[in-house]
Design a protein around this ligand. Structure first.
Ligand SMILES: [Mg+2]
Length: 127
C-alpha cells in the first residue's frame, strides 16, 4: 500500500532533528511490501530526505495539500493514491485516512510514536 508521511513534526522536530525510529520503521514497512512517500505542505523536501539518507526507502516526494484535500491532490500532481497517511495535522488525517501522530516538537530519544504509527498501519491493512 502507499503510505504517505508528513515531514514537519512527523519525521523531524521543530529544530529539524530526525525523529527516533524513522529508518527502522521505514525498513519494516518496505519489508511488509508497502511503498513510502514523503510529502509536505511547504513543498518538495528533497533536502531533508538527502540530509538523513532516506532516499533508499522513499518511492516519491510530493507537495501536500493543506486544504480541499481531494481536489488539491490532482492540482498538486499527486499521481499516486495515498492509502494511509501519517501526519500530526488532524484535518488531512480525517480527510484522507491514516494515523494522527503526536507532534514531534522537541527532540526526545524515547519517542516511540513511529512504532505506534506502524502498528496502526498493520491493524488497518490486516482488518
Ligand atoms: Mg506536520
Amino acid at each position: 500500500m502507499n503510505i504517505f508521511f508528513d515531514v514537519d513534526y512527523t519525521l523531524i522536530s521543530f529544530e529539524g532533528r530526525l525523529r527516533p525510529n524513522v529508518k527502522e520503521v521505514f525498513q519494516q514497512l518496505l519489508d511488509d511490501g508497502h511503498k513510502i512517500y514523503i510529502w509536505s505542505g511547504v513543498g518538495l523536501r528533497h533536502e531533508i530526505i538527502k540530509k538523513f539518507e532516506l532516499e533508499p526507502f522513499v518511492s516519491g516526494v510530493y507537495w501536500k495539500p493543506i486544504e480541499h484535500y481531494e481536489e488539491k491532490l490532482v492540482e498538486l500532481g499527486v499521481d499516486i493514491r495515498p492509502d494511509f497517511i501519517i501526519d500530526d495535522d488532524f484535518g488531512i488525517v480525517e480527510a484522507l485516512g491514516g494515523y494522527l501522530i503526536k507532534a514531534y516538537s522537541l527532540p526526545n530519544p524515547d519517542d516511540k510514536e513511529l512504532w505506534k504509527a506502524y502498528e496502526a498501519i498493520q491493524a488497518h491493512f490486516q482488518a
